[in-house]
Each structure stands twice: as structure tokens, then as C-alpha cells.
Ligand binder design. Structure first.
Ligand SMILES: [Fe+2]
Length: 127
């Protein structure tokens, strides 16, 4: 049996701003409204459903995305073009650098609500 993650809710200060940020940065289709959510389909049958936190405190979450080397170039290019801060480590001590864990490339950055996003070209633990 294989159980797939289908969707998750991303609490946001401004769901439109956050959903567009992710879709534009990753080159994905525009967010689609569904009930109170704005869904961004990552193309692997997983949807990130952005929802306004409506004054509730937002707990920072971490979302990591496995991308190809070519996609990394595109996304990282947009990060730099927009002047978005990025780090090589999740503790955000290595600003302006990327990592090369597991023979690939990885980088961390924040979305408009402060969630810590990560793109990697090799899964953790891969050789
Ligand atoms: Fe991670």
C-alpha cells in the first residue's frame, strides 16, 4: 500500500500573496480558489492550500521541494532576481550560500508568512 500526501493547509498572513509567491517562484499554474482556500498544485498530486490565518498566530512550518537541476536553476534564478534572502542551512546562519548535500544542491528561503521553504535536487540520505 502506498499512501500519498494529497494536500496540506498553509496558514498565511495573506493567502493570495503567499500562493502567488510560490506559484510564480516555482513556475506553477496560478492558484485556484476552492472554498476558503487558494490551492497551488505542485504537479505531483499534492496541493498546498493557502488559508488566511485571520489574526491567529502563524506557527512557522517547513516545506521542502525536490526539484530537477534545471528547475533549481530557474527557481534559484528567480530568488536572486527578486532579492529574496537565502541560506545554505535551516538555522539561517549561512546567508547568501547554497549547500551541496548528497551531491546535489539545496537552499532555504522564507515565504511571505515566514514559513521556511527549501528546494533540493537530491533527497536527504541519497548517494
Ligand atoms: Fe528540510
Amino acid at each position: 500500500m502506498a499512501i500519498k500526501l494529497n494536500h496540506t493547509i498553509v496558514h498565511s498572513r495573506d493567502q493570495g500573496e503567499s500562493a502567488r509567491f510560490l506559484a510564480e517562484l516555482f513556475g506553477l499554474p496560478p492558484p485556484k480558489p476552492f472554498g476558503p482556500f487558494l490551492g497551488v498544485d505542485t504537479g505531483n498530486e499534492v496541493t498546498l492550500d493557502f488559508l488566511n490565518a485571520d489574526g491567529m498566530e502563524i506557527q512557522m512550518q517547513h516545506y521542502a521541494f525536490l526539484v530537477s537541476e534545471a528547475e533549481f536553476d530557474q527557481i534559484f534564478g528567480r530568488i536572486r532576481a527578486r532579492g529574496i534572502k537565502y541560506w545554505a542551512d535551516p538555522g539561517r546562519t549561512e546567508e547568501g550560500r547554497i549547500n551541496h548535500h548528497f551531491g546535489g544542491r539545496g537552499v532555504y528561503f522564507q515565504d511571505p508568512s515566514g514559513h521556511l521553504l527549501e528546494i533540493i535536487t537530491r533527497p536527504y540520505g541519497s548517494r
